[in-house]
Design a protein around this ligand. Structure first.
Ligand code: ZN
Length: 310
């Protein structure tokens, strides 16, 4: 069993309009945009990162906004709900705030004895807020969100699967243990991880595969400390029969990717060097940052990328 995985690192999804995406995360949810860059493989498309004040692993949602992209249709083989932790006692505040921002509220649900508020993002993305102890070290109070309600990083993600057995084997190999079951949901946790240490498996044998589009999660990334730990994970996964990519430099972390048996694309990303690599702490996310291989495209991209008004 691997010891290197610390929990979630980031969740990357597809969006349509970048302005609407930016508005939702920074204005409605009050998260911090911690990086404005481009998709390294498609530099004509933004890559927007939102998280806590420090851009901590375990708090980061990232988006590739493809203008005019049609919505995906939910199903199996994908991440179902991305849930964030909020401080105890703040659920009512969020219910009011999300309704003020016209976010579709799907209702209050109960999972493992805890109340959560389920809602949708601008492209039909599935989110939930759940009150929990322990929060990120640096909650961001953007756009008037009070400190005592600020989003404190990920609570969990759910994986919607037709068959769960091989994914359970994989999660156990990665260091997760099943800690609870309720109906069709099994909850897995990693011990001594970061705060984003929960994964819920939803088994839905009769549900068709998802069609990816705007609002769909593209991949879920797990955190490891550094490149040495990542190499160990890469070779252990290869030895187990997984086809794992080479290490890719994403400037703010190094990444490897592999397809999990249930169809969800997994990434393993390093905590280092982080979003402070090319911006001062006070300036995170403000300027358009380009990787050095695309820097020569700057004037062209500044013309062609849709401006984002904060
Ligand atoms: Zn990623």
């Amino acid at each position: 069993m691997l010891q290197q995985i610390q929990g979630l690192h980031h969740v990357t999804s597809i969006a349509s309009d970048p302005q609407r995406n930016n508005h939702f995360f920074t204005k409605a949810l009050g998260m911090r945009r911690v990086k404005k860059t481009v998709n390294f493989d498609r530099p004509d498309i933004y890559h927007l990162y939102y998280g806590d004040g420090a851009g901590s692993p375990g708090s980061i949602v990232t988006y590739f906004p493809f203008p005019n992209r049609t919505q995906g249709s939910p199903g199996t083989g994908e991440v179902g709900t991305t849930a964030f932790t909020i401080p105890i006692g703040s659920l009512g505040y969020w219910e009011q705030r999300l309704s003020d921002f016209n976010a579709p509220i799907l209702g209050k649900t109960n999972l493992f004895g805890k109340k959560r508020l389920a809602f949708q993002g601008p492209d039909g993305d599935y989110f939930a807020l759940e009150e929990a102890e322990g929060t990120t070290a640096d909650p961001w109070t953007g756009n008037g969100v009070p400190y005592l309600a600020a989003i404190g990083g990920f609570h969990s993600v759910s994986l919607r699967l037709q068959k769960q057995r091989a994914t359970i084997e994989l999660l156990k190999f990665m260091g997760y243990q099943c800690i609870a079951k309720e109906g069709s949901v099994q909850r897995f946790a990693i011990e001594n991880g970061n705060r984003a240490n929960l994964i819920d498996l939803e088994t839905l044998p009769a549900v068709a595969e998802a069609q990816q589009g705007a609002g769909s999660v593209h991949h879920v990334a797990f955190a490891v400390e550094d490149e040495a730990a990542q190499k160990e994970v890469q070779s252990a996964l290869k030895d187990t029969g997984y086809q794992v990519t080479k290490v890719m430099d994403r400037d703010y972390f190094k990444s490897i990717y592999f397809r999990s048996p249930g169809g969800v694309l997994f990434e393993v990303a390093t905590n280092a060097p982080g979003f402070g690599r090319d911006e001062q702490p006070d300036d995170l996310g403000l300027a358009l940052k380009l990787p050095k291989q695309h820097e020569h495209l700057r004037s062209q991209l500044e013309q062609s990328l849709q401006p984002i008004i904060d």
